[in-house]
Design a protein around this ligand. Structure first.
Ligand SMILES: [Cu+2]
Length: 482
């Protein structure tokens, strides 16, 4: 079964092009790689799974604030047997440590840019003041340090951090600048959930990359790739191709992040094994929901729990149905820590209701004349597109009128879906969210309440398509909260 899944993967991954045409570069306009490799996912799972180290911060004895020192740096890494590639990373060569914060913390993040070009660092999913958001307006010039300071006001949730400089986000994330940011709180800590990081609680950052035969990354920004979004043929988890992970024969929690530039995944466990989803982007669901697959667009997160207690000695594959690729293998080994029993009630979510909304605000995602738009406009750093009133409840009426997939992410607040194409949203996206998938010609109504001021017009919040090539091409707008 596994082998067949992989063989299907090879055919799907090559998107109808033969391996020889890929190798000669035919039909891959703008790729620039005459030796571009087909998918390197072999189905062999010989490399160890990499769990990014945690960074807990250092408490300043005088101020009580938690201090995180982050260096965005250039490096190199070997992903295949073929050779090294230039990369970017944070406190390392590729990706970044998992930042760990607790609700109620006051944090200082000292971000030093040593990547040789201007960047920013955005805390995706964190509800922070707009001038601390790491948006395109908080530029960090090369060889300078940006000091971000904020209070952690939100509930336990799986977030992430990545650059957000206008026009160069896609290439910087592709080169490796991304990491997880986990918020903990007392309510979640008291639940009988898997929570031992690196033992029964794992980050799963899924990304796709193209590589040349010499092991170097391929990233170009041809017009075609900008419009279609860059999709690599090789999938990686936490920066490793085909990793294998020992998991204990008990419940195990995975914090899924689609960290890809533009690829949309539908994840499953082989054989359609049932798992529990326990959280969306902004925290726990009211109750776990049983699923056999979950679809995630770039920037979306989900926490899931899989029960391996009856599977000791077996290998279970985590797969992307859309491309037919097995992403990593979980080898179930003897459990040495206390078992957990995921509760049937996790938290209380108070839904915002349509009758509370003071208005419905349209966001039209469209394409035309070789460009991408929101409300027929392209991003202008000097223009404020929308103004929200503090504490007003509004409906975001988000419509994708194009024949291509997009998604929608908004900074500074979270939302709940009211409808998808006029019907109730899927159960796996019924929680608190900050990023939502919009397939071609689809519509989502979401309800939102801004409880944070945008500090001033010089530091607005962003909303945008999280397909990074689209974002860079101007599928983004700016809002203030007054
Ligand atoms: Cu888009």
């Amino acid at each position: 079964m596994d082998r067949r899944f992989f063989l299907k993967a090879s055919a799907a991954g090559a998107a109808g092009l033969t391996a020889s045409s890929l190798l000669s570069g035919c039909g891959m306009g703008g790729m620039g790689g005459v030796d571009l490799q087909p998918s390197l996912n072999s189905g062999l799972f010989s490399r160890p799974f990499f769990t990014p180290p945690e960074l807990l911060g250092t408490v300043n004895a005088v101020t009580g604030r938690k201090v995180f020192d982050l260096t965005m740096q250039a490096g190199s890494q070997q992903f295949t047997g073929n050779g090294v590639t230039n990369t970017l990373g944070i406190n390392g060569n590729y990706l970044a440590p998992t930042l760990r914060m607790v609700q109620g913390d006051s944090v200082d993040l000292n971000v030093t840019n040593q990547i040789g070009q201007t960047t920013t660092l955005h805390w995706h999913g964190m509800r922070v003041p707009s001038d601390m958001d790491g948006s395109p307006h908080q530029e960090i010039l090369n060889n300078t340090t940006w000091n971000a300071a904020y209070s952690v006001i939100q509930k336990a949730s799986t977030n992430w951090y990545h650059p957000h400089p206008h026009g160069t986000t896609a290439s910087q994330v592709y080169a490796g600048l991304a990491g997880m940011l986990i918020v903990d709180d007392a309510e979640t800590a008291a639940l009988d959930l898997p929570k031992t990081y690196g033992t029964d609680d794992f980050p799963v950052i899924v990304q796709d990359r193209d590589m040349n035969a010499d092991g170097t990354f391929v990233y170009s920004a041809s017009h075609q790739e900008i419009m279609q979004g860059k999709k690599g043929l090789t999938m990686m988890v936490n920066g490793v191709i085909d990793p294998v992970l020992d998991v204990p024969a008990k419940e195990v929690r995975f914090r899924l992040l689609n960290g890809s530039n533009s690829r949309i995944y539908t994840f499953q466990w082989d054989g359609g094994r049932v798992f529990k989803q326990i959280a969306t982007e902004q925290g726990l669901l009211a109750s776990p929901v049983n699923l056999t697959s979950i679809t995630m667009s770039p920037g979306e997160r989900a926490e899931i729990v899989v029960d391996f207690s009856a599977l000791q000695g077996q290998g279970v594959l985590f797969q992307d149905v859309s491309s037919g690729t097995s992403l990593f293998k979980a080898n179930v080994v003897v459990n040495t820590i206390p078992a957990t029993i995921t509760p049937t009630t996790l938290t209380t979510i108070v839904p915002l209701t349509r009758t509370q909304a003071v208005r419905s605000r349209p966001f039209i995602l469209s394409m035309g004349q070789g460009n991408v738009y929101i409300n027929n406009k392209q991003m202008d750093l000097n223009r404020i597109d929308e103004s929200f009133a503090l504490n007003d409840i509004e409906i975001l009426d988000i419509q994708n009128t194009s024949n291509m997939d997009h998604n929608f992410h908004i900074h500074g607040a979270f939302f709940q879906l009211l409808t998808r194409n006029g019907a109730a949203p899927s159960i796996f996206e019924a929680g608190l969210k900050d990023t939502v998938y919009l397939p071609a010609n689809s519509r989502v109504e979401a309800i939102i309440k801004f409880t944070n001021y945008a500090a001033n017009a010089a530091a607005p919040f962003m909303y945008h398509c999280h397909i990074l090539e689209h974002e860079d091409a101007g599928m983004m707008g700016q809002l203030t909260v007054v």
